[in-house]
Design a protein around this ligand. Structure first.
Ligand code: IMP
Ligand code: MG
Length: 186
């Protein structure tokens, strides 16, 4: 897809069909692993919302949904990896089997912070499910992704919930965004 006005091109990296097949397989794994239990999916807004919607509908268990929104501090005085909680201050997950649903694990700061935050509310267990993983970019060691969609190379991706400047979230596929800087500066 080429956005002529903005000199941005998105090329398909993972098609809608590939995503759908993988999401079904992840959901089948979760259904098997948590048989006889309830699970609480904790969706990280906004990027994981489309993944969550597809995943939740394929899980054949009693499923609860919770949402959190976190962001990185822009403040340069803070150290890299500081995470700020935007919503909510309290999660209803006491005694629950929690699966954090993330769009992408990049440096790993967000996932590590979320795992720690969940534990404050005494859940029965906490696991991580991410659609994408960029292992080359990892700064935090020991972030284990129990349910992973795809490993991808170090490229900036958009679509299937993920954005660039709040755009492209509604693309049905995951694509690599390329911005033609020369064109922009003309
Ligand atoms: P981390 O703390 O570096 O692992 O950051 C993970 C978060 O950064 C993800 O949940 C995304 O919101 C965002 N992010 C990282 N890489 C990309 C990308 O390629 N496209 C869109 N968002 C990204
Ligand atoms: Mg995210």
């Amino acid at each position: 897809m080429k956005n002529e006005k903005r000199n941005e091109t998105v090329s398909v990296l993972i098609s809608a069909e590939q995503i759908s097949a993988r999401v079904k397989a992840l959901a089948a794994g979760i259904t098997r692993d948590y048989a006889g239990h309830q699970v609480t999916l904790v969706c990280t807004l906004k990027g994981a919302v489309i993944f969550l919607a597809d995943l939740a509908r394929e899980i054949k268990l009693d499923v609860q949904l919770e949402f959190v929104k976190v962001s990185s501090y822009d403040d340069k005085a803070r150290s890299e990896g500081d995470i700020k909680l935007d919503y909510p201050s309290k999660l209803d997950i006491k005694g629950r089997h929690v699966i954090i649903v993330e769009d992408i694990v990049d440096m790993g700061y967000t996932a590590r912070w979320l795992q720690g935050y969940m534990k404050e509310f005494s859940p029965a267990s906490v696991r991580l499910c991410a659609l994408l993983d960029k292992p080359e970019r990892r700064k935090v060691q020991g972030v284990e992704i129990e349910y992973l969609g795809f490993k991808i190379p170090d490229k900036f991706v958009v679509g299937y919930g993920m954005d660039y400047a709040q755009r492209y979230r509604n693309l049905p596929y995951v694509g690599v965004l390329q911005i033609d800087e020369d064109e922009v500066s003309k």
